[in-house]
Design a protein around this ligand. Structure first.
Ligand code: H79
Length: 600
């Protein structure tokens, strides 16, 4: 149990942190998610902001995912690396970079309309090209392109004018255009590099330019640390802090010296995380513009993602990739504005909130302010009766956020039941508010997961499991396209009948349910027998092959319906999963789904 103080009320929380050490070493280093643990004096705005705009813009935006008549997929800002473009040829791209359609006012206005509170734009990505006026190099937008202007000056000013905190992304270690910068091994011999020389001659002087010439910055967003010892990193950080003590540094400055935590690219923690942190996602499948990447998240997906991140206590920084002309993709503009409309009506349930005290439910998620829980309802129960388990506090009132209409509430045991009014079931997120006095029982992953026939399905995620033997609950990272990271938390390591994962559920509505195991299973693990115990009833199953686990490939989860089970009475049941025999890892179990049979 840990205790935190927020807005004068103390909450005891049982929280599982993400175990970063379980991930491959290299990803850990690239995605340093440790922070200093010291509270930065200027962290307040960041904690309350909740919604940021990330902008990846560079020469790669002009290449747009194409090089020498070949299309590239995934992270467009990695095209130089993916196509192993020689420095000499890459530098020529600058001569064609002329983003005449760029309009700082329009970008800042879009951010404002979207309900964005801070903006972080790439001043220099791994490609090494400076999108600002730099005296340190000629490979920058003013010296090397026909555009000849500094777009960052205009953007910093326009954002600030609209009350949006402004910050720079700066790739401090990787620089594929410098002989001593990190990670270009196709032009330069990594073993011969002097990283300190690169830091002294380019990264540090450029960061000083950024921290001197663009007014007060909200954030420097460092990425993929490397090439420095702990002591060197400390000196690097301390030197920069003197220039702008109020500027926040992202955790990817490395060595636990950042002011807030960033998790992996496109990663959302599964449980509340205390202290300031951020999840970063991109609007489609790439950070930098790719002309053939049209996989944009809908307004509904963005709104739910934002609520989901807020419900765990973090900020969402959503990325858009403007093209080489300086235009933000049409769908990004359209869908961000839609998100902004939702925020204009429901912002009270997002801005200035912290994690919800009600664990994720089949109906949605929650966020908190002192004495208030905001219920973000994604799925309306068929009968309109919304159940909140483990709610001990005294309810003062319950109402709709929009229109403030009273919602009838009853208590049944320690469950709270809200009688929801009719509302548009296709809406992304309908918010209800509960005002209460006293304490809500701690967020506790051992609270039985409610299961009812009011939803098409009920998910019991791995994170709610209790493990025995060598079973473990692990976050796994894999990818679709190049650098298009995905994350899933699974029960792993079940090789023996003594290795088990068990889950407690609370059946609200007696009846029959299909039991579906959602798992990934490589060839070598397929055709092994397992058993799922529902209290004392045994259900046998045999594993089906889905896919191998490899960080650079999709991890494919199969939804394997293994049984129909009757739950005669409402109440608590235990689901326990284990191998029947000793063998290979049974599978990587992501979720147990209970699907009501004959749902209304
Ligand atoms: O700016 C975006 C990414 O370009 C950057 N972070 C976000 C915000 C980022 N840089 N590095 N990484 C993310 C992690 C890279 C992982 C790698 Fe790979 C694994 C590099 C080499 C192996 C992915 C797969 C990229 C190339 C192959």
């Amino acid at each position: 149990m840990k205790a935190i103080l927020k807005g004068g009320f103390i909450l005891a929380l049982l929280v599982l942190d993400l175990n970063r050490s379980m991930q491959a070493q290299t990803m850990d280093e690239m995605w340093d998610s440790r922070s200093s643990g010291k509270e930065h004096p200027n962290i307040g705005w960041f904690k309350d902001a909740k919604f940021g705009l990330f902008i990846h813009w560079g020469l790669y935006s002009k290449l747009a995912g194409e090089w020498k008549d070949k299309n590239y997929y995934g992270s467009g800002e990695w095209i130089m690396n993916q196509a192993k473009i020689p420095v000499k040829e890459y530098r020529e791209v600058a001569a064609t970079f002329n983003p005449v359609a760029f309009n700082a006012e329009d970008w800042a206005q879009l951010a404002k309309d979207a309900g964005i509170r801070y903006m972080v734009v790439t001043a220099k990505h791994h490609e090494g090209f400076s999108m600002f006026d730099s005296k340190v190099t000629d490979f920058d937008i003013v010296d090397a392109t026909p555009y000849k202007k500094d777009p960052m000056k205009a953007l910093a000013a326009a954002s600030r004018k609209k009350g949006i905190q402004f910050g720079f992304y700066y790739s401090q270690f990787q620089d594929w255009n410098e002989p001593n910068g990190g990670k270009n091994s196709w032009d330069f011999d990594e073993k011969k590099k002097n990283y300190q020389l690169y830091y002294d001659q380019k990264a540090i002087p450029q960061l000083k330019e950024l921290m001197t010439n663009y007014g007060p910055l909200g954030i420097i967003w460092f990425d993929t640390p490397g090439g420095m010892t702990r002591q060197q990193t400390e000196e690097f950080v301390n030197g920069l802090r003197r220039l702008q003590p109020n500027c926040l540094f992202s955790s990817r400055v490395g060595q636990g010296l950042g002011d807030y935590r960033d998790f992996g690219d496109s990663e959302l923690p599964t449980t509340p995380i205390m202290g300031p942190w951020e999840s970063i996602y991109t609007h489609n499948d790439s950070w930098g513009y790719i002309k053939h990447d049209m996989n944009f998240k809908s307004p509904l997906e963005i709104i739910r993602l934002l609520a989901n991140v807020a419900s765990k206590g973090g900020n969402l920084m959503l990325n858009v990739g403007p093209d080489g002309n300086g235009r933000i993709p049409e769908y990004s503009e359209k869908y961000l504005k839609e998100t902004g409309k939702w925020l204009a009506r429901n912002g009270e349930s997002i801005y200035g909130t912290t994690y919800g005290l009600i664990p994720q439910q089949p109906w949605g998620v929650s966020t908190s302010k002192p004495g208030k829980q905001y219920l973000h309802v994604f799925n309306r129960p068929h009968n309109g009766k919304l159940i909140i388990p483990g709610f001990e506090a005294a309810v003062r009132s319950a109402y709709t956020l929009q229109g403030r209409k009273v919602v009838p509430v009853k208590k049944k045991g320690n469950q709270l039941i809200l009688d929801l009014p009719a509302f548009d079931q296709t809406a992304a997120n309908t918010v209800f508010v509960i005002e209460y006095t006293g304490k809500i029982a701690p967020y506790d992953l051992t609270t039985p997961v409610p299961v009812s026939n009011q939803f098409a399905m009920n998910s019991v995620d791995a994170v709610y499991g209790k493990v025995q033997g060598s079973a473990e609950i692990k976050p796994l990272t894999y990818s679709h396209y190049y650098g298009d990271w995905k994350h899933a938390t699974c029960v792993t390591g079940m090789k023996d009948p003594t290795d088990a994962a068990s889950f407690t559920i609370n059946i609200q509505d007696p009846g029959d349910y299909h039991i579906i195991l959602e798992y990934a299973c490589p060839q070598e693990s397929a055709k092994q027998e397992g058993v799922l115990l529902v209290n004392d009833t045994r259900f046998l199953f045999r594993t089906l092959r889905s896919s191998e686990f490899d960080k650079s490939a999709p991890l494919m989860f199969i939804k394997h319906t293994i049984a129909t089970s009757s739950f005669a009475k409402a109440g608590t049941y235990t689901l326990e999963c284990r191998p029947l025999n000793k063998g290979k890892e049974l599978f990587k179990l992501k979720t147990i789904v209970l699907e009501p049979v004959n749902a209304n």
